[in-house]
Design a protein around this ligand. Structure first.
Ligand SMILES: *Cc1c(COP(=O)(O)O)cnc(C)c1O
Length: 370
């Protein structure tokens, strides 16, 4: 037998070779091990997680559910679907659930994207839109932001007959900027019939005045909204997100998912978290205070930052990658931003008061501020 000259790379779907690799926030244990740090003294402000932990009501529900984990989950997320339908004033058949809202975005790719399609998105938008677009061999059309904010006029102008989807995260990650509700509604109304509007609402619970696209859904417009339990509900590790859209769209999306893509503990947690109003309120408050502390620090030391509507903030530090490395060495994990084309910035997730103070102290040292 001759030694094979054909490699796995030769056999791979050619689209895979162009696929960028996602760089996640680094886990505490991994960083602690690498730098010989005490994991208890290491803080992670890198993935926009809830610094208060998980919703206590969600955790209690999970404990109660542990004795049922030998059973397959409800593949249709019946209870969660009913509850969310009621909460949002929609019908249960307008939902699709995923292993994180990232999976729901991928389901949209499965159901709708073909290689000839274009997908319009912001240049510094949440990177998963681009990853999913490339994964299905479609073409990302990246529209520059204006003042770190999605430029809806320019995005409208970027739409062609080939456009299948346009994505808007508001607030956007990593910039933390929003588009005003009225502007988003106008944009959604302006789109031609062959374009699906994907609104990513991962941080909408932090907003005082979130946009509501349900009336437009009722008009039959092509809209999919993405939400997640990873952020304000503090359930990132459970992996649960959902999309809501027209029932005809949801039916297509449900066709392309795996039968048991959302595990039963995540479903139990999410169901309870929706009732944990005190936790959500406290999370909003801690976040508001944290944003004030972080922006106050930046103002004191004349660091540029982007005012944020999310639970994170971009700070201009010079060499973002180097500052990320130096902070990591002293046990503070943040996120470098050159994968987003913002090499001078780091993204800081808002922590608890003491964590924010620690970040500010270490950043002060690392940057040699006086
Ligand atoms: C964090 C985040 C999500 C949530 O992803 P999950 O897969 O639900 O954890 C979605 N969109 C944006 C813009 C985010 O920042």
């Amino acid at each position: 037998m001759p030694v094979a000259k054909l490699t796995y790379a030769d056999l791979a779907n050619p689209a895979i070779h162009r696929q960028p690799v996602y760089e996640p926030g680094r886990p505490i244990d991994v960083v602690a091990r690498e730098f010989g740090l005490d994991p208890k003294e290491t803080i992670k402000l890198a993935s926009n997680e809830n610094p208060l932990g998980a919703s206590p009501m969600a955790l209690a529900a999970v404990r109660d559910f542990l004795n049922q984990t030998h059973l397959y989950p409800d593949g249709g997320c019946y209870l969660l679907r009913e509850k969310l339908a009621q909460k949002l004033g929609l019908t249960p058949d307008q939902f699709v659930f995923g292993n994180g809202s990232n999976e729901v975005i991928e389901l949209v790719g499965h159901a709708f994207l073909m290689p000839q399609d274009e997908v319009v998105m912001g240049e510094q938008a949440f990177i998963v839109f681009k990853l999913i677009t490339l994964l299905f061999g479609a073409t990302p059309v990246e529209v520059p932001l204006r003042n770190f904010t999605h430029d809806l006029k320019a995005m409208g102008e970027a739409i062609t007959e080939k456009t299948k989807l346009v994505f808007l995260p508001s607030p956007n990650n990593p910039t933390g900027t929003i588009n005003e509700p009225a502007e988003v509604l106008d944009f959604a109304r302006s789109l031609p019939e062959h374009v699906i509007f994907g609104l990513d609402e991962a941080y909408c619970e932090y907003l005082d005045d979130p946009v509501d696209l349900c009336p437009l859904l009722a008009e039959g417009r092509k809209i999919i909204c993405f939400r997640t339990f990873s952020k304000i509900y503090g359930l990132a590790g459970f992996r649960l997100g959902y999309g809501y859209c027209g029932a005809d769209c949801a039916s297509l999306l449900n066709r392309v998912r795996e039968p048991f893509n959302v595990n039963s503990l995540a479903q139990a947690a999410a169901l309870a978290a929706l009732d944990d109003h005190p936790f959500v309120e406290q999370s909003r408050e801690v976040n508001r205070a944290g944003l004030r502390d972080l922006s106050g620090f930046c103002q004191n030391f004349k660091l540029d930052y982007i005012p944020s509507h999310g639970n994170f903030m971009l700070i201009k530090v010079g060499n973002g990658r180097e500052v990320f490395r130096k902070l990591q060495k002293v046990g503070v994990i943040v996120r470098p931003m050159e994968p987003y084309g913002l090499p001078e910035y780091v993204r800081i997730s808002v922590g608890r008061k003491a964590e924010n103070a620690r970040l500010c102290r270490e950043l002060h040292n690392v940057l040699g501020l006086s």
